[in-house]
Design a protein around this ligand. Sequence first.
Ligand SMILES: Cc1cc2nc3c(=O)[nH]c(=O)nc-3n(C[C@H](O)[C@H](O)[C@H](O)COP(=O)(O)OP(=O)(O)OC[C@H]3O[C@@H](n4cnc5c(N)ncnc54)[C@H](O)[C@@H]3O)c2cc1C
Length: 414
Amino acid sequence: MSEPLVIVGNGMAATRLVDELTARVPGRYAITVVGEEPSLAYNRVLLSSLLAREIDERDLELKPRSWWEERRVSVVTGRQAAGIDTRRKLVRLRGGTQLAFAKLVLATGSEPIRLPLPGADLAGVMTFRTRTDVAAMLLRASGKMRAVVIGGGLLGLEAAYGLKQAGVEVTVVHLMDRLMERQLDARSAAMLKSVLQARGIEVLLNAESVAVQGRRKVGGLRLADGRVLDCDLVVMAAGIRPRAGLARLADIAVNRGIVVDDQLRTSAADVYAIGECAEHRGVCYGLVDPAYEQAHVLARHLAGEEARYEGSLLATNLKVSGVGVFSAGDFLGADGCEPILLTDPEHGIYRKVVVKDGRIAGAVLLGDTGDALWYLDLIRSGEPISAMREGLVFGRAFCEASPIQSHQPQAEAA
Ligand SMILES: Cc1cc2nc3c(=O)[nH]c(=O)nc-3n(C[C@H](O)[C@H](O)[C@H](O)COP(=O)(O)OP(=O)(O)OC[C@H]3O[C@@H](n4cnc5c(N)ncnc54)[C@H](O)[C@@H]3O)c2cc1C
């Protein structure tokens, strides 16, 4: 008989887990997925493209309804799991239903941090996490609107780009001295800022938001230095927090996220956590690749195989407001590292490869990210690069085509 397996959260990690588990051990588990969002799981990464009107709603679909049906997975949408009884092995849904489980997987993702500013509850203050958030922004977006996005990280810049594409006048307000400080060094961040400004997105750095102004709806955002930015819309994109409340209520160990071991087990027997809600070896990841790697390991574990998750290499490879950005590993270059740079500000191209002990420790690419996966493989494999060191920063085609000659252009040692 199939063992009842309940997954709370119908997001990207949950979908990948179902995909891998049903392929490995079809019929072994009777799977129920519970999700509070009204639709089937969708590709959250594409929300920025939806906001920019580059795709439509149908393009978000991860798997069609028939796919879930063929695997006999019962999907409950629009219902929130409100409690877990770890002793009796029951999940309680808001509204009363209880689901019994032999194994439970928490895949509840993250929530956007809503800064507790005065005026944060005014109409027109929004976040950027779900398709409902995008629908709300698109409903308001029009040529006469002015928006301020709080946060110059990945999500903030994506929101700014989408709104700009919808014809809205946009200013990004960022607390730090550079954009995307988790992925970019000072020079690449400065180049990205110039590219965004050339595309009509205003960027204010070292700018602290202190209050949203307005009577019933947003009229402006006040900064700590006294400036007031007139606007009709404020998008808070200043970080995310793992959704660990359900686990905490059930006395499951939670630090920042739900604490898991190398088999993705929580502190409660037969309860697992994957994706952005999980904290593994002190790290909560905010990207989809680590969520997929965790889903892969858990699928193998639940299928009875030996499997171990040892953490993910932090890598970002995406388009930010239409600009290619890749960053991986130790891209800043800790002591003992040697950064090699190639910059072409006129064409918005920046390459930095950080070398340590004859291997690549990290890299940043801006503008042209065509070689991103090649650099990522070299970082992951730890392959010695001495033989191609001088040509490394010029990319794969250059290294593979030509043995380095002394008259060839020299990369700049930082
Ligand atoms: C706009 C945007 C752009 C992004 N771009 C990128 C990108 O370019 N590259 C990248 O790597 N990552 C990107 N990400 C991050 C990526 O989407 C996440 O890493 C990924 O979705 C994590 O998957 P998850 O399953 O852990 O969480 P989610 O996909 O968020 O799924 C969790 C689901 O659980 C539901 N849930 C939570 N609690 C309950 C409950 N109690 N009961 C029922 N359901 C519940 C939530 O409503 C949600 O539907 C982006 C995110 C956003 C918002």
